[in-house]
Design a protein. Structure first.
Length: 191
């Protein structure tokens, strides 16, 4: 239980670091692309320095790189949002349930989520088999690197979901333990 909690926390920290790094790379690449396209290839620069061909600074593969970076950012972000229980959900139903049924419903939701993540892991691995022969047009990158985000996000979310399930069952068993102690206290008049 404690090892799973630490693993979930460590995966969350690593995901955050990777996302920040990818955002920095995407930002720098975007600024460079805008600068090379709208400043270096402007008529003012071309007329001022006609002997230099600035079109060589316009790298066509940067747009593809930015697109792939954002794919990784989004899928890693899903794991972070899931870890922090920030995904969209309807909570009005929870407010009408007793504590016992809230725990049961939370457990059921986590089991459904875990089943979905396991399905996506198998589906993601089958996608990788099909895309391993595809190459991206500009960067000549194997497309399984891009489609691998589905598999990576599924594994990350499955670890977080397993941790959530363990926490729900611990909360449920501690609630039962506390209730049993309260009943004993009431029946024995021991303070």
């Amino acid at each position: 239980m404690e090892a799973l909690k630490k693993l979930s926390h460590k995966i969350d920290q690593i995901s955050r670091f990777i996302i920040i790094s990818l955002f920095v790379i995407a930002f720098v690449a975007t600024v460079y692309q805008v600068f090379s396209r709208f400043v270096l290839q402007s008529s003012f620069v071309n007329n001022s320095l006609p002997m230099i061909n600035f079109s060589i600074f316009n790298l066509t593969w940067i747009e593809e790189l930015i697109r792939y970076l954002f794919v990784w950012i989004v899928f890693l972000g899903i794991g972070i949002v899931y870890k922090n229980n920030g995904h969209a959900k309807v909570e009005i139903f929870y407010s009408y349930l007793s504590e016992k049924w809230r725990i049961r419903l939370s457990g059921f939701v986590e089991i459904v989520n875990s089943s979905l993540f396991i399905f996506l892991m198998f589906y993601g691995s089958s996608i990788l088999r099909f895309t391993s022969q595809q190459i991206s047009p500009s960067m000549s990158l194997n497309m399984s690197f891009i489609y691998g985000t589905v598999l990576v996000f599924s594994v990350i979310c499955l670890v977080h979901s397993a941790n959530n399930l363990c926490e729900i069952f611990v909360a449920k068993s501690s609630k039962i333990h506390v209730t049993a102690k309260e009943i004993m206290k009431e029946n024995t008049n021991i303070v």
